[in-house]
Design a binder for this molecule. Structure first.
Ligand SMILES: C[S@@+](CC[C@H](N)C(=O)[O-])C[C@H]1O[C@@H](n2cnc3c(N)ncnc32)[C@H](O)[C@@H]1O
Length: 334
């Protein structure tokens, strides 16, 4: 079988390469006859699950999972050939794909360090992805060896495959690093999720919390993502901070050439289409104006809305490539 080496990160793929429109998308017939999510592959079931915002009831072994695709771009492990094929397609759509994951992780580290400097020691990572490649976990591990205050973090992810891997990893590594817990939950059902955390005494509501919503809001396909942030703002103690990012197809720097703007729009549409190969939910874009509305219940720290690669400085990206990502970090007002 022909093995082709991708241009970056040492990814390999077979002759069965996925490209725009070629290869399977979610919604087609399930290739697995047993032991998979079976009928949930149909479009009707997909719509039902997205409307209810529950995760797939059983693990899907025939479609890529976004967190595992990121892991391939980080050069990590546990990925299936499906995850690798999609990572390869994303790198083909945008050479910036692996760098974007690194920049996102560096953004997370900067936010965690900022929070620690402001005296915040408890963290909530929503749509966390895999703990063993988590930038937040790594940043807190460094902090726990350097400071007296023991930081803690709760990882919330609704993907059954991610949750299994996270729990197994934390069981083996519980003795080192920050106090960390992984729970499987729908982070968009905020009151229910927070109720569970309170019951299990995983968050102390008297102390500010650092909430990470890094690359999770694009997966909220319903109409009112502002309500998600508003519920968090209502529940969290004043002084807490929330970091939010969102995929966009519109540059922040004004007056870029039309060709640059068009290339970003078209390639981001291909990027989102490629993600429709994954288990749902699937990401979508926001304009900077829409992102501003969604984050308007927070007191944004300077410079307000920027990109993940530039925060805490204003965005200066003159050649934005997908996934071009908006970022804002805001305080919960008193
Ligand atoms: C792009 S990935 C990981 C992003 C991660 N925060 C990072 O910075 O690398 C998005 C994650 O969100 C999870 N996810 C999607 N919808 C979710 C929901 N409703 N509740 C919790 N997690 C969700 C997916 O399973 C996936 O692991």
């Amino acid at each position: 079988m022909l093995i082709v080496r991708a241009a970056d990160q040492g990814m390999t793929h077979t002759a069965e390469t996925w490209r725009d429109g070629r290869g399977p998308y979610w919604g087609g017939p399930c290739p697995a006859s047993r032991g998979c999510c079976q009928h949930n592959h149909t479009l009707a079931k997909r719509a039902e699950y997205q409307a209810l915002w529950t995760a797939l009831p059983t693990r899907c072994s025939t479609r890529p999972h976004p967190a595992l695709v990121d892991t391939v771009l980080r050069n990590g492990d546990h990925a299936t050939p499906h995850d690798r094929r999609l990572a390869d397609e994303l790198a083909h759509i945008s050479l910036a794909a692996p760098a974007a994951v690194r920049e996102r992780d560096q953004f997370t580290v900067r936010v965690v360090e900022h929070a620690l400097d402001s005296g915040i020691t408890q963290f909530l990572d929503l749509g966390s992805g895999l703990v063993h490649t988590s930038a937040a976990y790594t940043a807190l591990s460094h902090a726990s060896s350097n400071t007296d205050a023991a930081p803690s973090i709760v990882f919330v992810d609704n993907d059954i495959r991610v949750d299994e891997l996270n729990r197994a990893w934390l069981r083996q590594n519980a003795h080192q690093g920050p106090r960390a817990t992984a729970i499987r939950g729908n982070c968009f059902a905020v009151p229910r999720m927070l109720g569970r955390l309170r019951e299990r005494k995983l968050l102390d509501r008297r102390r500010p919390v650092g909430v990470l919503m890094v690359d999770i809001l694009p997966f909220f396909e319903r109409r009112a993502p502002r309500a998600v942030l508003r519920s968090l703002v209502r529940w969290l103690p004043p002084g807490s901070i929330i970091a939010v990012t969102h995929l966009t197809d519109e540059p922040l720097v004004r007056q870029l050439p039309l060709s640059t703007r068009r290339a970003l729009r078209e390639d981001t549409a291909r990027w989102c289409r490629a993600y429709q190969r994954c288990v749902p939910p699937h990401p979508r874009t926001f304009t900077p104006a829409r992102f501003a509305t969604v984050t308007s219940d927070l007191e944004l720290l300077p410079p307000g809305i920027t990109s993940t690669s530039c925060w805490p400085d204003p965005d200066t990206t003159r050649n934005p490539r997908p996934p071009f990502t908006l970022a804002a970090v805001g305080r919960v007002p008193a």
